[in-house]
Design a protein. Structure first.
Length: 319
């Protein structure tokens, strides 16, 4: 068990952060153990199809025998939402003695025996983590971030309504708040940390299957915890519904948008849709104002065509 002792000032300084590097490090568990979180199997298939097998071997070797991640791979964020590259630059400056300490604490089998080996491992890990992030996590980070921010909104409300007890009540069964101490069960470590004015940093995480504090007691207090709503993250997008565009735009405007694969004047559009030119002009003005059409003058006529945005809106219906 790992425990955090939080005084009044520590509770007042408890705050949230987003960490793309922390997510990247936690995802290595899923890469190594597919049965750990079945909900992430669609992402894992996506990742393995794009990764070099040599990188996969190095990445999974960073996970300890009990699935702990060395602390130096996830330094505590100093801002609310740091860039991945900024976080990784901190890792690149980790002293070799801390690399060895954290590898040993996380029970990673290949603990580097000397400073030179620790530096090589640190630098190799940073290089492969950067490729890994760019290839399989950065493309889905925007949707992950929306999920994480929704969780933080929920947690902030829990804190406002019921204090620390309600904040931690439904984070995870392994968490227990009692008499000013946050207890985290089923951990490799067996230590008690006095937060002592440093504040507790809470980080919701898509790839956390259980609460994940730092493994080593000397690290600043932080806690990655499973975010709400993860089961919906990799769900397949619904099939295009050819009635949806009509519901949004109305039948006439949807039909008008659908026929504008090529530049056409108002009179031709009126003929094709069997409506009056004045009715077509009204619909064209609305669609143009919404950015769904472009227009250009050709002699006496104004030609209309779908914009890129209009193409995106109709692609599923037409394809």
């Amino acid at each position: 068990m790992i425990s955090f002792e939080l005084g009044v000032e520590d509770l007042a300084d408890t705050r949230f952060a987003l960490s793309p590097l922390d997510e990247t490090a936690l995802s290595l568990r899923v890469l190594r153990e597919p049965g750990l979180q079945a909900v992430h199997l669609p992402w894992r298939r996506f990742a393995l199809a794009r990764l070099d097998p040599r990188d996969v071997r190095l990445l999974t070797s960073l996970v300890g025998t009990r699935l702990a991640i060395p602390d130096f791979l996830g330094p505590r964020p100093t801002t609310f939402a740091p860039r991945f590259e900024d976080e990784l630059s901190i890792v690149r400056r980790t002293p070799p003695e801390l690399v060895r300490r954290d590898m040993e604490a996380a029970l990673v089998q290949a603990t580097p025996p000397d400073d030179a080996a620790a530096v090589r491992l640190r630098d190799d890990a940073c290089d492969v983590l950067h490729r890994y992030w760019r290839t399989v996590l950065e493309p889905v980070w925007p949707q992950m971030r929306l999920l994480l921010e929704a969780d933080m909104t929920y947690r902030a409300r829990q804190l406002a309504v019921g204090g620390a007890r309600l904040l931690f009540a439904d984070m995870h069964p392994n968490l227990r708040w009692q008499d000013g101490v946050l207890h985290i069960d089923k951990m490799i470590g067996r230590h008690r940390v006095a937060v002592a004015g440093r504040g507790l940093l809470l980080m919701p995480a898509v790839f956390a299957h259980k609460p994940a504090p730092p493994v080593h007691p000397d690290e600043p207090p932080s806690l990655s915890y499973p975010s709400r709503g993860v089961a919906t993250l990799w769900a397949a997008a619904p099939e295009p519904d050819d009635t949806a565009l009509t519901s949004v735009l109305g039948q006439r405007r949807a039909a008008l948008l659908a026929v504008l694969d090529e530049p056409l004047p108002t009179v031709e559009l009126a003929r094709r849709l069997n409506v009056t030119p004045s009715a077509v002009s009204q619909h064209l003005r609305v669609l143009y104002a919404a950015g769904l059409l472009t227009r250009a003058r050709d002699g006496r006529h104004v030609l209309y065509r779908r914009s890129d945005l209009g193409d995106q809106l109709t692609r599923g219906v037409r394809g």
